[in-house]
Design a protein. Structure first.
Length: 254
């Protein structure tokens, strides 16, 4: 069996992180059958954008106050007019491919994108709850962030509300957190400030300049980075696992 590991560094505020997450979740059992494990690492994309432009990172990670870094660092693609126009097409294509056509960007992505508090909460959950609960909560946060009416989980009151609503799947099911659980997560998240910084710095050390940043280790112990939600054919080739690549077919003759 080939084997290997896919480490994915992603943030709730990254649309293409949601695309990559949806793609990987749809293929997770098949990847496991090939001996490939997947681990999600929640990181602060705002910090990566700034730090990858050689701007000091720490104040952004420590403070939950929105910071104007629009004139410094590595700007997100939608902040550049030409890229923003192109993303109108590219985002729709990517979302449609993974069944997320219902997704819509929040009106004020800059303030929505200050995700330090929900990131600390999800790090607490990853450390204290079973892996399926962590993954389900991560999915729930992504869905609420990107689906109208978009929920501003960067706001403490909204974060508490959404935590109380988390179910086994985004379609519904058993609620995962009691009121006491929500209190523990909200009270305990501050202790995970350094955890968010550590994961973000780890992504930066591996060359990250955006999200999703994907670090892949194959069965030979070789490692390579991949950026974006549309690199899975290259990832699977690197892992040496069977997959169907994009192939042009000859037309059917009537």
């Amino acid at each position: 069996m080939p084997g290997g590991k896919i480490d994915v560094y992603l943030d709730f505020a990254s649309l293409f992180s949601y695309v990559a997450f949806a793609d990987l979740q749809a293929n997770k059992q098949k990847l496991a059958a090939n001996g490939v494990t997947v681990e999600y690492h929640p990181v602060f994309l705002g910090g990566i954008n700034v730090a990858s432009g050689r701007i000091f990172l720490l104040p952004l990670l420590i403070s939950s106050t929105p910071t104007d870094n629009s004139s410094a660092g590595n700007k997100p693609p939608w902040a550049l007019p030409a890229k923003g126009a192109y993303l109108t097409y590219d985002s729709a294509r990517a979302l449609r491919r993974v069944g997320l056509s219902h997704v819509q960007s929040p009106g004020d992505l800059m303030t929505f994108g200050m995700t330090v508090q929900p990131l600390r909460a999800i790090h607490y959950i990853k450390a204290h709850y079973p892996e399926p609960v962590f993954v389900a909560t991560f999915h729930f946060f992504l869905e609420k962030f990107w689906t109208p009416p978009n929920r501003k989980i960067a706001d403490e009151a909204v974060l508490r509300e959404v935590l109380g609503e988390v179910t086994e799947t985004i379609q519904g099911g058993r609620k995962l957190f009691s009121a006491a659980d929500v209190d523990k997560i909200m009270d305990g998240r501050a202790a995970f400030k350094d955890s968010v910084k550590k994961e973000t710095d780890e992504a930066l050390a591996k060359g990250a300049f955006g999200a999703p940043w994907i670090w892949v280790t194959n069965s030979k112990g070789q490692e390579e980075p991949f950026f974006g939600s549309d690199r899975f054919n290259h990832i699977y080739a690197f892992l040496d696992i069977p997959f169907q690549d994009v192939t042009v077919l000859t037309p059917n003759k009537l």
